[in-house]
Design a protein around this ligand. Structure first.
Ligand code: NAP
Length: 342
């Protein structure tokens, strides 16, 4: 039966200079792999596309996560898959797993790096989104580094995206005045009306962004959770308060830029404001993932944490879904559905 089934993969075809295009990727038919002793045959169900993957496409640049895509080899990202055939007693047929997998419809894998998904916790796709790196980055970045206190003002950039929308809601649950920055009126309506943020600022329509942030934050900015960087960072940074905490989660505005970006140097203001700026990688907090996932699942299941997926269907849509992240096409977590679980 397997021999009759179609299998496809998407490989890293061309190193992008600037923003990735469809030429960055190439899709091709491949054979159906056979699991060896100890391995499983996996069918991809949901595949996550993440802005951070852009860094894995650059040559020799240290991305901190140690991943580098190789030309003519499959792209990899966080995925949910189902065991279709098993030669490993720990992962019987039918088991749902998640892990960093190749962009292939079917692939074989050893159990290392695969985690079983508990479908009773939440829908299985959440294991690579709100209960995966997305939710965990928002959780540890906001709670451990931002440390928002009741009554403080918190600003989040990329607020209508996957990480930003979770980080913003956590700050709201902590009793803060929460301002989200995003790139369209539809996203601002989502932030204010659906997520209950106090104010949304459309950075593409604001004109003087520094002034727009000042108006939205009459008491100044105590916590800035930054997913974007660039000039948007500068505009919020100009408004920080004494003892502000600046959480550097992502810098998507610079991911496609070949040269390091330079803005106002922050050191003097950090001194004058006794402020703290701290970057982080979600995996720094690996030892506390389970407790955080439990909390995120509780918030999600109680409805306290709203979550939207920007789901597109079809394996072949992976490249456009990834490129769309840099055009602001997504509200919430960008995911590609490849197949239903059986
Ligand atoms: P996302 O926010 O769901 O998607 C990207 C969004 O970024 C787009 O929808 C777009 O929204 C905005 N954007 C794109 N280009 C921009 C630009 N030039 N200027 C301003 N905004 C731009 O992605 P995500 O998965 O949640 O990731 C958010 C950030 O967190 C990324 O920078 C990612 O690398 C980072 N991250 C860090 C960690 C960590 O461990 N530190 C873990 C996960 C993710 P608009 O319409 O608003 O422009």
């Amino acid at each position: 039966m397997k021999g009759e089934q179609q299998n496809r993969e998407i490989v890293f075809a061309e190193r992008p200079s600037g923003t990735p295009t469809l030429d960055t990727f190439s899709m091709r038919d491949i054979g159906m792999p056979q699991p060896q002793v100890g391995e499983v045959l996996l069918k991809s169900l949901y595949i996550s596309v993440d802005p951070g993957m852009r860094g894995f496409m650059d040559k020799g640049k240290d991305d901190g996560a140690g991943i580098r895509f190789e030309l003519d080899k499959p792209i990899t990202s966080r995925s949910v898959a189902q065991v279709m055939e098993s030669r490993n007693d720990d992962l019987p047929k039918g088991t749902i797993v998640h892990g960093r997998l190749a962009w292939q419809e079917y692939q074989t894998s050893k159990p290392d790096g695969l985690e079983q998904v508990d479908p009773s916790l939440a829908p299985i796709a959440t294991s690579v989104s709100i209960l995966g790196v997305t939710g965990l980055a928002a959780y540890f970045g906001m709670i451990n580094i931002g440390q928002p206190q009741k009554g403080e003002t918190v600003v989040i950039s990329g607020a209508a995206g996957a990480v930003g929308s979770v980080a913003a809601q956590i700050a709201k649950m902590k009793g803060c005045h929460v301002v989200g920055i995003a790139g369209s009126q539809t996203k601002i309506a989502y932030l204010e009306q659906e997520l209950g943020l106090d104010k949304g600022v459309n950075y593409k329509a604001a004109g003087d962004l520094e002034e727009a942030i000042r108006k939205a934050c009459p008491n100044g900015v105590d916590v800035f959770f930054d997913n974007v960087g660039g000039e948007l960072f500068d505009a919020v940074f100009a408004n920080i308060n004494w003892k502000a905490r600046i959480v550097i989660c992502g810098q998507i505005a610079g991911y496609n830029s070949p040269d390091p970006q330079q803005g106002p140097r922050p050191q003097q203001k950090l001194i004058k404001k006794s402020a703290r700026m701290e970057g982080f990688l979600v995996f720094d907090h690996r030892d506390r993932f389970e407790a955080a996932k439990k909390q995120l699942a509780e918030w999600y299941n109680s409805g306290d944490l709203k979550y939207r997926e920007n789901l597109v269907e079809g394996f072949e849509k992976l490249p456009t879904a990834f490129i769309g992240l840099f055009k602001g096409e997504n509200i919430g977590k960008q995911m590609v559905k490849v197949a239903d679980a059986q």
